[in-house]
Design a protein. Structure first.
Length: 257
């Protein structure tokens, strides 16, 4: 049985953050996730317990500078800031009960690839140790280069390769059908070949990043295939509703039989 998680930084944006959790519960979502939470961790935890919601994951916070809006894990000279940033995210996740923290690697325009990679690997080595202590898994994700030019990781394979290099149960890849379809395609075969490396899956329509029942990618087949593979985790709904979130939720009935 597939379980869907409402991404509260994309869905129900007409509501205050805490009320988005209630709206997700009313719509039948068993879990929620977000980029940067907008309420304290203790309140997030309390509300989730009251509503019977799982908190699936959060992101590390972006930097204040425009150049760091997508994080700075791969940016040389920002190692101490990254450590503080990650520790804050892990503390929040552990208190709120979130399962994972998505590490934003950052834009590396003007930085030599080799230097950015060395920085990222050093940061992740220490970050994985911090994650193990906190009991919260880290995930990394490839963001397509059309929407996010200059991002350190642009393909799912980039993330899978790094996961293999560390070989730690505290680091996995986040596989987003939207980004992967734009950059690589062959979605189901890619998921099947890398299932053990994947810590979270997200979906949205391609190319508009709207509901998954719209666009070039057949999410009916994708979701059925994920189910056949025995995926036990959540599937994050990280998309931009074409109208309102509630009006667009019909896909949950039409795509999942």
């Amino acid at each position: 049985m597939l379980r869907f998680s409402a991404h509260l930084s994309f869905l129900y944006l007409e509501l205050p953050f805490a009320e988005r959790m209630e709206a997700a519960k009313r719509a039948g979502f068993p879990g929620v996730e977000c980029a940067v939470p907008e309420i304290p961790a203790t309140e997030m935890s309390r509300r989730a317990r009251k509503l019977g919601l799982a908190i699936v994951g959060i992101n590390t916070a972006p930097g204040e500078a425009e150049s760091e809006r997508l994080g700075f894990a791969a940016l040389p000279g920002r190692e101490k800031a990254f450590a503080r940033n990650l520790d804050a995210a892990l503390d929040y996740a552990a208190t709120a009960g979130a399962s994972h923290v998505h590490v934003l690697s950052g834009l590396i325009d003007g930085i030599a690839r080799e230097e950015a990679e060395a920085t990222f690997m050093r940061n992740m080595e220490t970050g994985i140790r911090s994650a193990e202590k906190a009991g919260v898994r880290l995930v990394i994700e490839g963001l397509n280069s059309r929407d996010r030019p200059g991002y350190f990781l642009s393909r799912s394979q980039d993330a899978f390769d790094i996961v293999d290099r560390f070989g730690s149960p505290w680091l996995r890849a986040m596989f987003d059908t939207y980004h992967a379809q734009i950059m690589e395609g062959d979605i189901l075969a890619r998921i099947a070949a890398n299932l053990s490396r994947i810590g979270h899956i997200q979906i949205s329509g391609v190319p508009g990043r709207t509901e998954p029942d719209f666009g070039e990618l057949n999410h009916r087949e994708v979701l059925a295939g994920i189910d056949r593979l025995g995926w036990a985790g959540f599937i994050g709904c990280e998309y931009k509703p074409r109208t309102t979130t509630a009006e667009g939720l019909g896909w949950m009935k039409t795509l999942v039989s």
